[in-house]
Design a protein. Structure first.
Length: 243
C-alpha cells in the first residue's frame, strides 16, 4: 500500500482513482465537495507557479545541449516543419470532432453571465507575429504570455549554442536549474491526486451530472486523439528530428 501511495510509477493510477472518487464525492457529498475547493485551487496555483521556470530553463538547456550551430539549424528547420504540420492536423481534427460530437449542446449554465463575443477581435497575421516578440520579458513572464516567453527562451538558447565554450559555465547553470525545476515539479505532482480529487468533487457538485452527460462523448474522442497525437509526436521527434 505504501508503495502505491508514494511510488512515482503509480502516480497516474493514484490520479485516476482520485478522479473517480472526486466525481462520486461531488454527486453524493455536496457540502464536502464545496468545502474542499481550496485544495484544488492550491494545486492549480502550484502548477501555474512552475510554468515560467519550466519553459525558460527546460527549453534553454535543451537547445544549449545541442552544442553545434549547424546541427541546431538542421533540427530547428525540421521542428518548424513538424510544428506547422501538427498544427494543421490539429485544426482539421478539431473541426471534425466538433462537427461529430457537438460539445456543449444541451448544456446550460443558468447561473453564469453570457460572454459578449462582439468584444473579441480576430488579430491579423502580422500582429500575431509581432505580438510574439516581448517588449518587456519580465512583464511577459508575470502575465504568462507563453509565446513571448518561448520566443525569448529560444533566443537565449541559440545565443548559448553560438557562443559555445565561452559560456559553458552559464550553460551548465541553466542545465542545473532545469534539474531543480524538474525535481520541484515531481514534488508538486505528489500532491496532484488530492488536487484532482478536490477539483473534480467541486466541479461535479457545482454543475451536477449533466456536465458529464453532455461532454462524455467529446472527452472520449478527445482522449483518443490525444493518445494518437502523443504517439505520433514521439515517433516523429525520436525517429525523424534527431536523426
Amino acid at each position: 500500500m505504501s508503495t502505491f501511495l508514494l511510488n512515482k510509477k503509480y502516480l497516474p493510477h493514484r490520479v485516476g482513482v482520485c478522479f473517480i472518487i472526486g466525481i462520486i464525492a461531488g454527486l453524493f457529498f455536496h457540502d464536502f465537495s464545496i468545502w474542499v475547493k481550496p485544495a484544488g485551487d492550491l494545486f492549480m496555483n502550484m502548477i501555474k507557479m512552475l510554468i515560467v521556470p519550466v519553459i525558460f530553463f527546460s527549453v534553454t538547456s535543451g537547445i544549449a545541449a545541442i552544442g553545434d550551430v549547424q546541427r541546431l539549424k538542421r533540427i530547428g528547420s525540421k521542428v518548424v516543419i513538424v510544428y506547422f504540420l501538427m498544427t494543421v492536423i490539429a485544426c482539421i481534427v478539431g473541426i471534425v470532432m466538433v462537427n461529430i460530437t457537438h460539445p456543449g449542446v444541451g448544456f446550460t449554465l443558468d447561473n453564469m453571465q453570457a460572454f459578449d463575443t462582439s468584444k473579441v477581435k480576430t488579430p491579423s497575421f502580422v500582429n500575431f507575429l509581432f505580438d510574439m516578440v516581448p517588449v518587456n520579458i519580465v512583464d511577459s513572464m508575470a502575465k504568462n504570455q507563453i509565446m513571448q516567453m518561448i520566443f525569448f527562451t529560444v533566443l537565449v538558447g541559440v545565443a548559448l549554442v553560438s557562443l559555445g565554450e565561452k559560456v559553458a559555465g552559464v550553460t551548465k547553470i541553466f542545465d542545473q536549474c532545469a534539474s531543480i525545476i524538474y525535481k520541484m515539479l515531481d514534488i508538486v505532482m505528489l500532491y496532484s491526486p488530492i488536487g484532482v480529487l478536490a477539483l473534480m468533487a467541486n466541479t461535479t457538485a457545482v454543475f451536477g451530472p449533466k456536465l458529464f452527460g453532455v461532454l462524455a462523448k467529446f472527452v472520449f474522442y478527445r482522449l483518443g486523439w490525444l493518445s494518437f497525437d502523443l504517439v505520433f509526436s514521439l515517433v516523429v521527434s525520436s525517429g525523424y528530428i534527431l536523426k
